[in-house]
Design a protein around this ligand. Structure first.
Ligand code: MG
Length: 476
């Protein structure tokens, strides 16, 4: 009799069970080793939240006690990036583990998908939900999708068992006349936003005041329903993308105004989810990640967020457009720390697949790397490079602490056209995270190294066909 059989006998005796076959060996092993269960994965994804918009990332007047606590108990990453500086390509990067240029989910014609877009995420991509589903996960997408609205592109046809949310940005399908000023006094009826459950529209216009609250409640309900796990919850808030809406309880409560109210409600939601996991006894077997899809939408002034000390915002390849707050929480497993290593949302894909035991495709390039060494306190992040694309063109590349800009361009304004740089602008992001002082002259060796990295990247690149440009003659 081996050790396992002997232990099993003792266990059954203790339980008062005489017949060994009452408990199958696999269940027995599982009962003894709860730590070996596949961990649940929860991704909390904000929209247009900047690097400087949380208390724990230095905001002086936005109060985020729940995310601050999550960071204190887990890891706060300070050099964490998204795959693009606008919504659709950034979300595609998270869902596929690949730069959007590979899947074709980026465009120089239309930067994101719109309600009249004909296409969406290609079925050939293996979404994170599909990868986790193959390992027995129950999967829910709650909130903003923005990877296509035609039936084949919806979450429920891309690996998710359940969907509840607005399938694109909350400022789309605008019906009110007027310019930007309507965003400064937003009313629900100004936008004809569809709220969907699975593939059906269940409310239109969506009452955006209660979105954050309802998304949180939907996530909690799904967690309760699937507490025997494993489950994957992708909770992608529509906020704090303009137009901003908070529920009654949060309106006019933050010193930061409506933007603060909205972020504080997202923080409340994160707290509710962590409390749910604790109460259900799931905290020790669940990885929770909080981050955002891109930087703050600066032209909206007080209604937009802040990138803190970083330069630029949404729509640019400056740090403010693509570096995001990122918090990892998994009590008992993740070592509490502030981490300055490099990470990206594509790495969340790879790390989650590894945790679940899911196969990662070998017939294509996956850009994500496995962050487990850094998360578990066993070593550094394996990532050394970050590529900054705008649409289908590479604008900048980071290697360790240095970032070279080959092209710069302001977010949207036509008066600031594209500017080529040869030699590239070079910033030492260790000493100069705000990208203020060009040190290209001092480091020709670094520029040569980054040029090599970019050349190698481009040689291997097979750009995917542009999936964002094609339009229909009607809107969803
Ligand atoms: Mg966004």
């Amino acid at each position: 009799m081996n050790q396992l059989q002997s232990d099993r006998r003792k266990f059954l005796k203790l339980m008062g069970v005489g017949v060994a076959s009452l408990l199958a060996p696999s269940l027995w092993a599982r009962a003894l080793q709860p730590g070996n269960r596949k961990p649940n994965i929860v991704i909390l994804f904000a929209d247009d939240l900047g690097y400087g918009d949380l208390g724990v990332y230095g905001h002086p007047t936005i109060h985020t006690p729940n995310l601050d606590r999550m960071a204190a108990e887990g890891q706060k990453w300070t050099n964490f990036y998204v795959g693009a500086s606008v919504c659709t390509p950034s979300r595609a990067a998270l869902m596929t583990g690949r730069l959007p240029i590979r899947s074709g989910m980026c465009s120089d014609e239309r930067r994101v998908l719109f309600p009249d877009s004909a296409e969406g995420i290609p079925s050939s991509e293996v979404t994170l939900a599909e990868a986790l589903k193959s390992q027995g996960y129950s999967t829910a997408c709650i909130g903003k999708w923005h990877l296509g609205v035609q039936p084949q592109y919806l979450p429920t046809n891309n690996g998710f068992d359940y969907y509840f949310g607005i399938p694109y940005s909350n400022d789309m399908n605008r019906v009110a006349k007027g310019g930007r000023e309507i965003f400064f006094r937003p009313k629900v009826e100004y936008w004809n936003a569809p709220l969907m459950r699975n593939d059906q529209v269940v409310e239109r216009p969506a009452n955006q005041h209660t979105l954050t609250k309802r998304y949180t409640e939907e996530a909690i309900k799904f967690i309760h329903q699937h507490k025997d796990g494993p489950f994957f919850v992708y909770l992608a808030h529509n906020m704090p993308h303009v137009p901003l809406f908070a529920s009654e309880k949060f309106q006019d409560t933050s010193l930061r105004g409506l933007f603060g109210d909205v972020v504080e409600e997202i923080d409340w939601g994160a707290g509710q989810i962590m409390a749910t996991l604790r109460k259900a006894g799931l905290a020790e077997n669940t990885l929770v990640v909080f981050t955002s899809d891109n930087g703050p939408w600066l032209p909206f002034m007080q209604m937009g967020g802040s990138a803190g000390l970083l330069r630029g915002g949404k729509g640019t390849t400056w740090e403010g457009g693509m570096r995001e707050p990122a918090i990892f929480w998994w009590p008992g497993t993740i070592q509490s720390a502030t981490v300055a290593d490099l990470g990206t949302t594509m790495d969340i894909y790879t790390t989650a697949c590894k945790l679940a035991g899911a196969q990662i495709s070998t017939d294509r390039i996956i850009d994500g790397v496995d962050l487990r060494p850094a998360l578990f306190g066993k070593g550094p992040s394996p990532r050394e490079t970050v590529f900054y694309y705008r649409g289908r063109e590479l604008y900048a590349a980071r290697y360790k602490q240095f970032k070279a800009h080959f092209i710069t361009q302001s977010a949207y304004q036509k008066e600031n056209p594209k500017k080529q740089h040869d030699p590239p602008l070079l910033f030492d992001l260790g000493k100069d995270p705000g990208e203020q002082w060009d040190v290209a002259e001092e480091h020709p060796d670094v520029i040569a190294k980054i040029r090599d990295i970019v050349q190698e990247h481009k040689q291997k690149l097979v750009p995917g066909r542009d999936r964002l440009a094609k339009r229909l003659d009607h809107e969803f």
